[in-house]
Design a protein around this ligand. Structure first.
Ligand SMILES: N[C@@H](CCC(=O)N[C@@H](CS)C(=O)NCC(=O)O)C(=O)O
Length: 413
């Protein structure tokens, strides 16, 4: 008989221990894929959990719960006699204490350490170093001395405190707890090894895999350069063939088509930018070939910086804008960067536009009016430098005399 539905996803450290305990308790709990990077939220889930956090539970009897600790305690309490919840009131309280500590203290610090390294959050070197130091500080002051004296977190047997705390450390095992970390914290590592090799833990996580070296940050920055072979010489005839096949009247004309062919082919510039080093090669090439009679340059600035929150969300906003600009790909090139930090950031950039007006190129995107367009003059050194800085985005952006780190960005090409 179904016990209920658990909303969460495979591999999530707050969802997995709920599944482990459900299995140990013999409960028929269905995992409904929810949340995650794809942000999947069913109507049924949203009706009960508008805060969009996982895990969450809806029992077959209609009882609802959110908060991983509550769900795990509820599942474990279905077992008539269990050692997972300790054997005294003090042990029970200590189990809840360690679970809360892992949920609220260790977990977020580990996330701040590994997520930027694997590209799940924007990378900031100082932020990652601080998170690593904070995490190691907690392990060294709390867990290492305690686990030097004790086998498990509470009492002499495996409890929910161990299962959940190990699960909250699982992303560390997979990403950042290399040999050096493990030798610095032998007692913590011994305990982790013990817990993740228990059947109840392995029943959901499988065999543990250790790493020797912590993952290293690889800057994504510019999008991958297209392969040299994929040069427009090959692409152009294909595009032309498609155009030839299309009935003329069915093809909506872009207003900028009327301007005819430019002497600087935009594709050639885009290829230079993608394939060559930006400062030493691509930018000098651009200025050598730039014809201000055919193209104009624009500073593009988001109007509502004060409403921006997390930097990766600002970058997603840029991504959405770029998708909606796709009808103007033949007439536009540019970069928008995100500068600043979470809850204090902005979006700015520079664009090359076919013709002398920005509107016909940008108004294909319904949200174009959320941006402010200021024409630049390449004859002015400061405007030229602005374009260089936005397209290279290798220096902090100075706004009102304050230098702001560029933390993310996208290229429209
Ligand atoms: N206090 C909650 C925290 C739940 C939580 O933050 N879950 C994360 C996944 S581990 C989540 O839903 N994140 C999505 C988001 O923050 O938008 C609990 O202990 O269960």
């Amino acid at each position: 008989m179904s016990f209920g539905k658990l909303y969460g996803f495979e591999g999530n450290p707050r969802t997995m221990p709920c599944l482990a305990v459900a299995k140990a308790a013999g409960l028929d709990v269905e995992l409904v894929h929810t949340g995650g990077p794809q942000k999947v939220f069913s109507e049924e889930y949203l009706a009960k959990f508008p805060h969009k956090k996982i895990p969450a539970f809806i029992g077959a009897d209609g009882f609802t719960l959110h908060e991983t600790i509550a769900i795990q305690l509820y599942f474990a309490s279905q077992i008539a006699e269990t050692t997972l919840l300790g054997s005294t009131k003090k042990e029970y309280a200590s189990i809840v204490k360690w679970m809360s500590f892992s949920n609220m203290e260790l977990g977020p610090k580990l996330s701040a350490w590994f997520r930027p390294l694997v590209g799940l959050d924007p990378y900031n070197k100082k932020g990652v170093e601080k998170a690593e130091a904070d995490y190691c500080q907690l392990v060294s002051t709390f867990l290492e001395p305690y686990l030097t004296e004790n086998t498990y977190l509470v009492g002499e047997r495996l409890t929910l405190a161990d299962i959940f705390s190990a699960s909250m450390a699982s992303r560390g095992v997979a990403n950042v707890f290399g040999t050096s970390f493990r030798s610095s914290f032998p007692a913590f590592s011994r305990w982790l090894d013990l817990v993740i090799n228990q059947d109840i833990y392995k029943s959901v996580y499988g065999e543990p895999k250790y790493i020797d070296e912590p993952v290293k940050y690889t800057p994504p920055k510019k999008e991958a350069a297209p392969k040299k072979e994929a040069a427009p010489k090959a692409a152009a005839p294909a595009a032309a063939a498609v155009e030839d096949e299309a009935p003329k009247e069915a093809k909506p004309k872009h207003p900028l088509e009327a301007l005819g062919k430019a002497t600087l082919p935009l594709d050639e510039w885009k290829r230079q930018y993608s394939n060559e080093d930006t400062r030493p090669v691509a930018l000098p090439w651009f200025w050598e070939h730039y014809n201000p009679e055919e193209y104009s340059l624009w500073k593009v600035k988001y109007k509502y910086d004060s409403e921006l929150t997390l930097t990766f969300m600002s970058n997603n906003l840029v991504g959405g804008f770029f998708n909606r600009l796709s009808a103007s790909t033949k007439y536009l090139f540019g970069c928008l960067v995100v500068f600043g930090e979470n809850n204090n950031n902005g979006i700015v950039g520079a664009f090359l536009v076919r013709g002398q007006d920005a509107v016909p190129a940008f108004d294909v995107a319904p949200d174009w009016e959320s941006y402010e367009f200021t024409k630049l003059d390449a004859a002015k050194p400061e405007d030229k430098e602005f374009v260089n800085d936005m397209w290279a985005w290798d220096k902090p952006y100075v706004v009102d005399g304050v230098s702001k780190e560029i933390v993310d960005g996208k290229v429209f090409k």
